[in-house]
Design a protein around this ligand. Sequence first.
Ligand SMILES: [Zn+2]
Length: 1085
Amino acid sequence: MFGDTFETVEELLNPTITNYQTRMARNCADYMELPELPRLKHFAGLKNQGATCYLNSLIQSFYMCPEFRKVILSLPLCKETIEDSSNLAKNESRNRFLLEFQKLFIQLQSLQSKATSTEALTSSFGWNEGQQMWQQDVSDANKVLFETLDRSLYGTPYIIAPFYKGVVFHHITCLNCKNSHGNEEIMYDLNIQVEGNKNLSEGLFSYINPFLLDGNNQYFCDLCGIKVDALKGDKIRKLPPILTVTLNRYTFDYEKMQRVKLNDRFEFPLEIEMGVYLENPVDNLVYELQGVIIHRGNAHGGHYFAYFRDLLDEGDWLSHIPEYWQEKEEIQQQQKKQNADEIDYDEVKLPFEISNPKVAQGWYDFNDSSVIPIPVNKIQQQYQGSESAYILIYRDRNLVPSKLSNEEIPKYLFDYVNKLNEKIEQDRQAYEEAKQHIIISVADASVVDIQDHKLLNEKYEKGTYKLKLSTTVKQLYEQINKDEYWLLEFQENYQTKLLHFPRYLKNLESTLEEEKVGHESTWILVKKDQDIPQVGQQKVPYRLNFIINKQPQSFLLYTSTTLLELKQLVFALSGIPENEQELRNTQNQKVVSELADETQLGEMQLTLETQILVKKKNQVQTASKNQKDQNQQLGEEIISILVEQDDKVGVSKFYVNINQTIQELIEFIKEQFGLTEAHRLRNLNGKILFCKSDLSVQLKEFQDFREGGARLQIEKGEVPETGKISIVVQYKEQNFEIHVDPRQDKIEQIKLESCKSFNLDPAQHRLYKVDWLQVPSEGLTDEAKTISQCYLRDRDLIILCERTAQIDCELIRFQLYSTTTGYPDDCVFQKHETMRKDATVNDLKQMIISSFGLNVNIDQLRVRDINKNRFFGQVFRKLELPLQKIQFSTNDIVYQVLENPENLQEDEMLLLIKERDPINKVYIKPQEFVFKVSKTPTLLELKDQISKFVGIQEGTQLELAKFVIYEFQWLHIDPDVIEKQLQGKGKQGNQGNQNNKKKGQQGKNQQQQQQQQQQNPCQNLRKNPINLSEGDFIGYRLGDHPKDDFQTKEDNELRERMIAARKNKHNALGPMRRQQEQGFAVAIE
Ligand SMILES: [Zn+2]
């Protein structure tokens, strides 16, 4: 019935010459809204609202779930009619949401339409703008919908969530005390990584597989009271009967700095044994695939559609699937298997065995308004690629779907859908009726100027007639009662305002339909004896622009005008004989005069803007300077050049004489392109601009021209003085070009001149170089430097900014932490901060004081660096030092308010010292100690100062050790011990010492002695292996305890675990082990 509705409306005119197109409706129905298409035999689709992306797939997944549908359709929300919503009153908005769901579902079930609209539903939860939809991920949207539904159904016997809700346990398990810390969470879907997993089974194991927190990521265990290695992960406590699995195909490409979609292959089966993935594994927990939501596109957008299995056999898949195969065969015959290389997944068996044959039946492809049955094998097409599975819906095999009987559905819903169906039927009838009619307008000939193709009055009088398409032309003339006239059709081009007269209506016996008289076409009545030559389908009027002798002129021609006729016209205007004319389309540089004489204007790819440049032929000779020798030298002196025009795409090739000068060449090229303003020429080979002294030089003096094929660019602008280059200064999207001598001119000059041009104060502005993204990358601060000293080159862009502007390249970003004790244990993150690189330590401190409202003097504020391993480092001393001169080891800074002013000098090093209790193998509370360091601080100096600081009696033995943070190891600062340690490790570093000892036995000379001193590991504490630096922990021990190694029990345990963790870094699966055939086997404690 509606089979022909979707044919595109024929364009009656086809002139390519202009945009002259008249869209002609065929009948009154063409502008009507289309009636609903009839429903197909099985499921109804959902109309695409444009911005609702994945919503249609989600709604179909709910509808195709019998449990979900049952709850929605059986809710008694209204009383007698759908308007009578007194039952809704209690909770208006939530029930409106449910009612819209209900209305949509009854339409999906019973509406006599191919597809249903979701508009009312989406507006009921405020998604009609589609905004939230774009921002949200489909699995988030899924969750939001469920939570809304769950809340809406709260307190009723109708419940939905238990079908979809599972429980996961997020845990962190301390490897020290084996205790798990964590929390349970309701889970609506399992988010499985595609990256690194080849199928669902691997993905699920990765999901439950914990990862190790070690090194810098160590976990602070409350029970143990220290930082420990720990396992972090998720355990599945409970699976819902209907399980949603989201396949995370997104990853971040750090090179391109953007989110990308992985198109890797990821297989998923029709049946899966889920029991093994539970926290407490069980047997025989089989889930069956029921739906696949598919995303086609990239990380930034695309289209969603879905495959669902018809669990209730409502669609009678077995009887409809042959249609699919038949249609496919027809398509393949038409295409004659063009894509023979592509895998036809429809016929390739799935790579998984199944035990229940029903899971391989009843599959449909739901793609917005289209729903078609598909073979199950097609699913594997969605294993990989830019079109691939995004969400999988599995069902517990034990969940038996049950059908909802019509008696369980409230009567008001049927009344509602029946009313809609009646309306649809009426619309269809009205549409059919309208299809049989057209309306035309008829005016008197006096409203148009036929010669000039003009409408004399925009608001002319006209009669309108509604006519049946089966009316004959004769009947039409009878109806308008104009015997002595012909109807002449006219169409207006809204751009050119020119009228086209395509035809008369003269065949009295044919019907309006046969004559293809258009709906809303306009006609004038002209006397039968009046002869009008301008009438014809091809006689579309067109005003063509010429440039003859540099004078623009235009003439009214027709698309049917031939090239010969055109040339005759040009001859009349210019006196150039037809065979000597060169007619060039300046828009595309095509020489149209070389086309066949009978070529019509309509075939010449002309547009409204086209200009035809008229010239005498033989441009090569015109460009040649030496007319006399022309014939002899042709071939020797005539070479080709390639010219690009600034900002235009494409290259033009010309032949020129190398005896010409650059100046003449510029003029020649300008003429060819029809350019009038000042232009200059650039040799693209080396990107060199021809400057003023080049202008009088002949082309043959340049090597590029002697050989022919030189690539040039003609660009707008003045020719620079000799030796100068062009620099473009940009200020707020305005450009200023300046020609400078790179060896003489200074940055200052550029600034002064550009500020003058933009009318700005030079003192308040600065210039910046740009990076390849044209973003300021480096301030040109030293304005006394020359252009070449700043490595600026011809055509470089520089940017002019206000002195106070926050330019990214001049900013330093860091994280600010605070501490009250000065020990890293209480380090607290405060905020992200940005400052200029030339800000000083003083500025930094002032900023901290003011932004945290600290009531302290600047010398009571200590600010220091935080090391990579989260311990405190260098204290910032010199107030006047710019931040860019400080070498931050990370971009983390910590501040501490001190009780007393601090004035650390360059030769003072702040250390943390703590006394060792060698009996109990612990340390006593640390204290800060300022070590006055010499150029090469020695162990002796350190010992000396510490003993004075803590007040150790002379003669008491003092031993020191440095804590190597990331090793959990105390390094005993004793030359003999260190040497032994190094030897014990078998490191290369100790070989030097051994050699030296041997040499020493042979007899030392002074040089060797010096060498040995240098290699004494404690000679310079700043150097390897002690590497003493600010913030270090130093343990000191009194008395002789040769068996004490400075380690604590805690240190030893952590160290052991760290070593084990390093070994296991890539095998941190714990007790899990891999099996060859069945994928994985898992033993969970
Ligand atoms: Zn613990």
